[in-house]
Design a protein around this ligand. Structure first.
Ligand SMILES: [Zn+2]
Length: 53
């Protein structure tokens, strides 16, 4: 990465669609959802600063 902002860096897929929260935040290798914490915690990952609409 030298300059510019490549829209697709090799096309590597790192996130899948989470089947619990439905967001595209399920990490492929870590097997955890960065949005709801699926695969990491049994409860929904909730923070005050990340309010759901
Ligand atoms: Zn999720």
């Amino acid at each position: 990465m030298s300059k510019g902002t490549p829209s697709s860096a090799g096309g590597k897929i790192v996130h899948f669609r989470c089947r619990r929260c439905g967001r595209h935040s399920f990490h492929r290798q870590r097997r955890v959802c960065s949005s709801c914490g699926f695969g990491r915690t049994a409860h929904l990952r909730r923070y005050d600063w990340a309010k759901l609409r």
